[in-house]
Structure formats: structure tokens, C-alpha cells
Design a protein around this ligand. Structure first.
Ligand code: ZN
Length: 362
């Protein structure tokens, strides 16, 4: 269902409250954001303190905008129409990742729309707890090579990469040098992992900033490598590491090929969420590209978002824009047909997210 309206300059969302109007005009059922953070509260407070004092791995003044409770932040995502999001956590020392996973997995289980998220660190036992997380339903992993301070090519992780590649579970990797590089960041270290595990489903965070072209090249070369837009194309990030105009045609091509996914870094951002989306709209890469990046690509990779506890019966569902639905609920069942083109594995739970879209079972 495409409403095929043009998103002109006036449709660039300026405030978070403008976002529902933005995605409705595009004819998509909401936003799907692969890169958001939810952490155990004590740890999140420490992260915020670090940003506040512009710690050495941040480098610039970074006043976090959304220092709210988990409940308030989830409610804000929902109010903006972010129907799918993640709870990315990462470890900076040993003996931490498994505990983080227990927290983020429980958080996702209790939070409709949140992808079961997990992390890992090069340490003895890592393969075991990664396997446990995958078995427990983890849908997305995250590692941060800069904050983590480890090489992705660490031999302790070799089995983990193989396991994730085989399981097809995506891993978001903060692999780029931005905002402050270390010996483990940049295209070299993670490039060597991809060369060894070319089947890995990887999402390069921040589009690989500042080495955009090389990381976009990885996405072009490896079938299952994608990039997230996190913070890129915002004025804040542009002042540190602007995306080169020469790479926009490739960014467009990759987006239309399913390989650019909306990411925001919410809540750890020093500006309103809407600026991330406005930055994408401002690129002028077309409505189809925006639909792909903000909804279709994440949904193709992770399946349709959850908004309730019920399990799907395992056949395709069909999305229907609310505008096109009959007014009376009793007419609904007849009005909705099953779209068999939507692969069953992409559809995980029932979705009922009025007013924009309603999915009905077969
Ligand atoms: Zn992040």
C-alpha cells in the first residue's frame, strides 16, 4: 500500500511531534529504528555522565536530550511511530556481556516492538553465552569496537562470527573511527572479519563514519552487509564527519537494495530525534528510498514489529492503510486479504497498530 505522495521540503519533520505526519505521507506504517539503546539504569546513568563531561572517546560536547526513564523513552518512541527498535548494550570489560544480555533480553520480552538484543566481548565462554542468547531468541547483536577496546579479529571471537553467520542473526558493529578512532576501529580490523566470514549479516553503525566510502564498499561487495544511518546527515554529526556528496549515489543504490537501515542512537543524542529523519529527507534521494530506509529494509531484515503478545500462525499477513479500511470493525475481516508474497519467516507476531496500519491473519 503506497500512497505515493511527494515528500517535499515542508514535510521534513522539525519536531518529534511531526514524525507521524512524515511517515503517513510516505505511506509507511511507522518507523523501524535498528539502533536505539536501553541499558540497565545504573549503567545508562554512567553513559550519560560520560557524554556530559565529553569524555575522551566522545571528544565533543554531547548533552543528551532524552535523560528520561525507560517507560518515558518507550512511550516517546511509540508516540513518534517508531514501531520497531532495539535495546543495544555493549561491554567494555570482561564478565559483563552475559549480564547485559539477561537485562536486554528481559527488557525486550516485556516491551512490544523491541528486538531481543544481545552483545558479546572477547573472553573465555563467549561462544557459549552467544549461543544461549541466539537460542533464547536474540534477533540483533551489537558490539562497539571503540568503547569495547577490542579487535573484532580477536581469535576468541572467531567461533562467534561463524555462529552468527550461520544463524543469520544480524550484528550491529560500531566499526568506524568516529567520533574518536582507536587501533581497533576503521575499515581494516572489521574488514578482516568480513573477509574471513563473508556470509556474516552485519550492520555497520553510523555508515562507517568517517570512512564512508570504504564501508559502503563492504555493503556493495558482501551480500549480507548493510549500514545504519545512526547520527549521519544531522548537522551535529556533519560538523565532525560530513558524508561526502560523491558517495550519495551509492548510498541511494544500497538503500534501494535493502542495505541502508534507519538508526538514530536514541536516547543518547544531543538533538531532537526528528533531526535524524529530517536529515534523511533532506538528501533528496526520493520517497522510495525513504520508505526503504525508514521501514521496508529493517522490516525485511527483522520481520514485522511486535505490538502484542500473540503469536502469528505462520502464514503471510497483509498490511492495509487505515484510510482504506471500512469504518466498521465487522467489515474488517472481509476487507483484508492475505498477501502470500510476504515470506512467513519475516512475519513474527500479530500487529495491530492503528491508525496507520492493520495487519490481519489469514
Ligand atoms: Zn549507538
Amino acid at each position: 500500500m503506497r500512497l505515493n505522495r511527494v515528500v517535499d521540503d515542508a514535510r521534513q519533520p522539525e519536531q518529534d511531534a511531526d514524525l507521524p505526519g512524515f511517515w503517513r505521507a510516505l505511506g509507511i506504517p511507522g518507523l523501524a529504528d535498528v539502533h536505539t539503546h536501553f541499558l540497565p539504569p545504573r549503567m545508562l546513568r554512567r553513559v550519560w555522565e560520560y557524554f556530559d563531561r565529553a569524555g575522551p572517546l566522545v571528544g565533543v560536547s554531547w548533552p543528551i536530550r532524552y535523560k528520561w526513564s525507560d517507560e518515558e523513552r518507550v512511550a516517546h518512541l511509540r508516540a513518534m511511530g517508531v514501531r520497531m527498535f532495539s535495546a543495544l548494550a555493549y561491554a567494555h570489560r570482561p564478565d559483563m556481556a552475559a549480564e547485559l544480555n539477561a537485562w536486554t533480553m528481559a527488557f525486550a520480552a516485556a516491551t512490544p516492538g523491541c528486538l531481543p538484543s544481545a552483545t558479546f566481548y572477547p573472553e573465555p565462554g563467549v561462544t557459549g553465552y552467544v549461543r544461549e542468547a541466539v537460542d533464547a531468541g536474540a534477533r540483533i547483536f551489537k558490539i562497539h569496537l571503540q568503547v569495547g577496546g577490542f579487535s573484532p579479529a580477536d581469535p576468541l571471537l572467531d567461533e562467534v562470527w561463524g555462529l552468527l553467520a550461520e544463524a543469520g542473526v544480524p550484528v550491529v558493529v560500531h566499526a568506524g573511527h568516529a567520533p574518536v578512532g582507536t587501533e581497533y576501529t576503521g575499515p581494516g580490523p572489521f574488514g578482516s572479519v568480513l573477509a574471513r566470514h563473508p556470509g556474516l549479516t552485519a550492520i555497520i553503525a553510523h555508515m562507517g563514519a568517517p570512512d564512508y566510502e570504504t564501508f559502503l564498499g563492504f555493503a556493495a561487495r558482501y551480500r549480507r552487509v548493510a549500514l545504519d544511518t545512526t547520527m549521519i546527515f544531522t548537522d551535529f554529526f556533519d560538523s565532525m564527519a560530513p558524508f561526502p556528496a560523491s558517495a550519495l549515489p551509492l548510498a541511494r543504490e544500497l538503500g534501494l537494495a535493502g542495505k541502508v537501515l534507519l538508526g538514530s542512537d536514541f536516547p543518547n543524542i544531543p538533538y531532537p530525534y526528528a533531526r535524524q529523519v529530517a536529515g534523511l529527507a533532506r538528501l533528496g534521494l526520493g520517497d522510495e528510498w525513504l520508505r526503504a530506509v525508514c521501514w521496508d529494509n529493517p522490516v525485511a531484515m527483522f520481520g514485522r514489529p511486535v505490538s502484542g503478545p500473540d503469536r502469528l500462525p505462520g502464514v503471510g499477513w497483509r498490511a492495509v492503510a487505515a484510510d482504506d479500511l471500512p469504518a466498521r470493525a465487522s467489515d474488517l475481516a472481509r476487507a483484508v486479504r492475505v498477501d502470500r508474497e510476504l515470506p512467513a519467516h519475516l512475519v513474527q507476531h500479530h500487529v495491530m497498530v492503528p491508525p496507520a496500519i492493520i495487519l490481519e491473519p489469514a
